[in-house]
Ligand binder design. Structure first.
Ligand SMILES: N[C@@H](CCC(=O)N[C@@H](CS)C(=O)NCC(=O)O)C(=O)O
Length: 213
């Protein structure tokens, strides 16, 4: 058992991004359930979300904070570009992800398509339909950058790729959401390349459990 514990569900996109950072760095960890409703959980994450991390006495919440901590506190391949402008561009994509992509593709498109499986309620098609134009635009913006660069921040793998992979993975998993990827070949190429990485393969959510539930 590792002395680093990551709290969260293997289905959570944000937990998966943190797990991807562990895998890419080669840092061992134990994944434990996050009891977000328990008052003590707020000692790990003040806003009671997942993921949260415990490393000895150190506690930390929020995926990107955990990912940067792993990258900066441990040896292993660097996950942030050394070049200051590339590092800034990495943060641009991560910030856009957290504010725009999560709101549209995460909450409105994926959140609704997966509502029957995850929340046991019907999908709200009106919410999906209203979000689709902006979702398509977001994917096309990413596609345009990936037409010229192998990775989201530029020439090397970075935390930005690890942030986006889980959301794009869920898009590939239903026929309706996979349709959104048809017009974005460069994003599909990136996702194919990412899917070949051992880190991505080691963190695939156990979808059969979701379908059986
Ligand atoms: N900004 C946060 C988002 C985390 C988040 O929204 N996590 C969801 C699960 S995907 C959560 O904890 N929801 C509360 C709950 O499940 O009760 C991060 O990047 O870590």
């Amino acid at each position: 058992m590792s002395d680093i514990i990551l709290y969260g569900s293997p289905f959570s996109n944000f937990v998966r991004s943190a797990r991807l950072a562990f895998e890419e760095k080669g840092v061992g960890y134990t994944l434990e359930p996050a009891n977000v409703k328990e008052p003590e959980y707020r000692l790990l994450h003040p806003f009671a979300h997942m993921p949260a991390l415990r490393h000895g006495e150190f506690r930390l919440g929020e995926s990107i904070a955990i990912m940067r901590y792993l990258d900066e506190a441990f040896d292993g391949p660097p996950l942030q570009p050394a070049d200051v402008q590339e590092r800034a561009r990495m943060m641009q994509w991560i910030s856009a992800f957290s504010d725009y992509v999560v709101a549209i593709i995460g909450r409105r498109v994926l959140g609704e398509y997966y509502a029957p499986l995850v929340f046991n309620r019907p999908a709200n098609q009106a919410t999906i339909d209203a979000a689709l134009p902006e979702a398509r635009q977001q994917l096309s913006i990413l596609d345009g950058f990936l037409a010229k660069h192998p990775f989201i921040a530029g020439d090397t793998l970075s935390l930005a790729d690890l942030m986006y992979v889980p959301h794009v993975f869920y898009l590939t998993e239903t026929p309706e959401t996979a349709d959104l990827l048809a017009p974005v070949p460069h994003l599909r190429r990136w996702h194919k390349d990412m899917s070949a990485r051992p880190s991505v393969q080691a963190t695939v959510p156990p979808m059969h459990e979701l379908h059986a539930a």
